[in-house]
Design a protein around this ligand. Sequence first.
Ligand SMILES: [Zn+2]
Length: 469
Amino acid sequence: MPLYLHDTLRREKRLFEPRDPDRVTLYVCGPTVYDYAHIGNARPPIVFDVLVRLLRRNYGPEAVIYARNVTDVDDKINQKAAREGVPISEVTARYEAAYLADMALLNVSPPDLAPHVTHHMDAIVAQIGAIIDAGCAYAAEGHVLFDVSSYPGYGALSGRNLDDMIAGARVEVAPYKKNPHDFVLWKPSKADEPAWPSPWGEGRPGWHIECSAMIETVLGLPIDIHGGGIDLVFPHHENEIAQGVCAHGHPHESHAHDGYSRYWMHNGFLTVDAEKMSKSIGNVLLLHDLVQNMPGEVVRWALLSAHYRQPLDWNQALLDQSRKALDRLYGALHRSASVDALELDPPAEFMKAIEDDLNTPGAMASVFALSSEIERAMTAGDLAVASEARGRLLACASILGVLQSDPAAWLEGDVSDTLRVEVEALLEQRAAARAGKDWPEADRIRDRLNALNVIVMDGPQGATWRMKG
Ligand SMILES: [Zn+2]
């Protein structure tokens, strides 16, 4: 089935055709590692992890090259390191490790390439030099600035017009800028700040140039897909295009941006209890805390439960629904644990939804249909049907990146050993009572299990159990 993706630049869903089906390239802007990531930061890596899983399925696991950068030099990193009196590498190593641990709990597969800014300074300096040589940037007072007036395509991604931007400019204009929207490619470092040598003096790169330089270095141009959160459209990605185009000296070719990235994808905003997350409101939810208190799959399911381009509100009801959805799916897997899963493709309805610009809510509907089919087939003792539905359910789950835990362990949750022993003993007594047709005793045991919040599921292979809610 053909894959359609919404392209932010062309403002339409387009058939996805990689430049080379044997080498499909994808770049997603990654974390700036100076603190724990918040829940909004988790949406892009999860959305694009689903896309990567889908691409690997369609083109082969080896044919997809996924790069997600690590911003390991930045003003906020510098400030934190200065406050702690440690080198920036100590701060960045700490928070990169925390980020990767959180991602692992969310079943986000590591990218194939994770370029770090501090490892690519030569490429960054070379790209800045090429942009100056193309007449699209200028050096002034230790800074190098991109000259937005030199690139007629500026504003194409975000739909902004440079003249309107200038008319409405409220930005404080630094004296060395020719135009208020000229942006920094290189800036000088103060004596106590990290610095790298360059033809324009010791300093460090601006944020945008790192991505365009590393994309070209690690993937080569043009890449197939560039992704990120919608907040990156302007200025970050707009500036990346300008740099990527102008470094090759084509600022006046009308479709020069096609030579940078062929598709642009952006996920929507996330709010918390209908409010924007902000330190002043005090509603910033750190991913690190969330994944200590609930399974990462609940967070992942919640973030995939709305279409990726839609805004998503994070609230208790969303989490409760996600937990319930996963309990139901794990319940079906647990009930059919004795049946071999056939190695099958996901059903056509699932593929149709997921290949329609990653319609995850539609894909989830067909996942629920499969779990109902498993339950029906197990009740009817139709093991062939159960085996097929189980195989298809697992194929869907591997694209969505869920149902990766052991079903029994998931359903039992954080059950203490004491409770587990008690429940197992009660189930044995119940089986004995039922075998001896001692119905009052069987009822008494059922009430006791009920009081313990345990749900018993009878199946052809005997009873299984899980905790309620
Ligand atoms: Zn970036």
